[in-house]
Design a protein. Structure first.
Length: 207
């Protein structure tokens, strides 16, 4: 409710609302995974004590690292790089800012003027123009977020697993596209949703 009231604030720009909503959803997913996985580690620890690092992993340092790491699934440890590459970090940061700037220009100079003229346009004309603009916007935002923005946080945390997406352009169906284009979300749904629903459903397709 508090999030909805914040997003409905009249003084907030649409881009600000989208950013806050996405970050809030990401934080909720992280908190859910952190709680569920530590509960699982606790139960395993009762059966086989000292099987893993639980409960020594429950501390502020470990929690803050997970919040900053570009992943939505909590684990006791992650593959880590040995050193921080300052040049790589600066380059990715610059590309991130440039990408978001390009997306802002497309929205403000192309998308919003088109929506203002929508009542004066034919449906098919409006649709064709929207397809072109949304396509460019999707490509730019995808490249900016999954190739640049997430790598900024990965370099900050020395996170070594940089496969944030797979070859979604080779997908032959919508299911493959959804599974490949956003690996963090896909893995989260696989672990925390699909595996929970599978015992309750008759087959994996329903789950």
């Amino acid at each position: 409710m508090a999030l909805w009231e914040s997003l409905s604030h009249p003084n907030w720009y649409t881009s600000t609302r989208c950013f806050v909503a996405i970050m809030s959803i990401s934080f909720y997913c992280k908190m859910h995974s952190y709680t569920v996985m530590n509960r699982r580690y606790r139960d395993e620890n009762k059966i086989s004590p000292k099987k893993h690092a639980y409960p020594d992993n429950v501390n502020w340092g470990n929690f803050i690292y997970f919040i900053c790491a570009p992943t939505l699934i909590y684990q006791l440890s992650y593959p880590r790089n040995k050193k921080f590459r300052l040049g790589y970090f600066i380059r990715k940061s610059v590309y991130t800012m440039a990408g978001f700037l390009a997306a802002y220009i497309i929205i403000s100079d192309w998308l919003l003027p088109l929506l203002e003229k929508a009542p004066q346009l034919q449906f098919y004309e409006m649709l064709l123009n929207l397809i072109e603009i949304v396509f460019y916007l999707f490509i730019i935002l995808f490249y900016t977020v999954w190739e640049q923005f997430l790598n900024v946080f990965a370099e900050m945390t020395l996170f070594a697993d940089r496969e944030f997406y797979r070859d979604w352009w080779n997908s032959t169906c919508y299911y493959e596209f959804q599974e490949r284009w956003d690996r963090p979300i896909s893995d989260f749904l696989q672990v925390h949703v699909y595996e929970k629903l599978l015992p309750l459903c008759k087959n994996k397709h329903i789950a």
